[in-house]
Write a protein that binds this ligand. Sequence first.
Ligand SMILES: [Zn+2]
Length: 77
Amino acid sequence: MSTSTSAVTEEQKPEVEQIEIWKCKETDCKAWVRKEFVTEALPSCPLCKNPMVRSYKHVPVAAKKGNKKFLVGKKRF
Ligand SMILES: [Zn+2]
């Protein structure tokens, strides 16, 4: 008998992309904005007026709209 141990540790990771953002320097403040939406060289936080710092953020890749069918019939454990 042979038992196949196939990738039990493999997880289904959602696809993410890294985007450049400005985020509020204040750690308690969760404000952030995509860099592409900012025109100022040094923006200030719209909420608390603190300076913002350049950072990166991982966001889920926006699902493309379309009629593509996803495989939903397969059982995964
Ligand atoms: Zn802020």
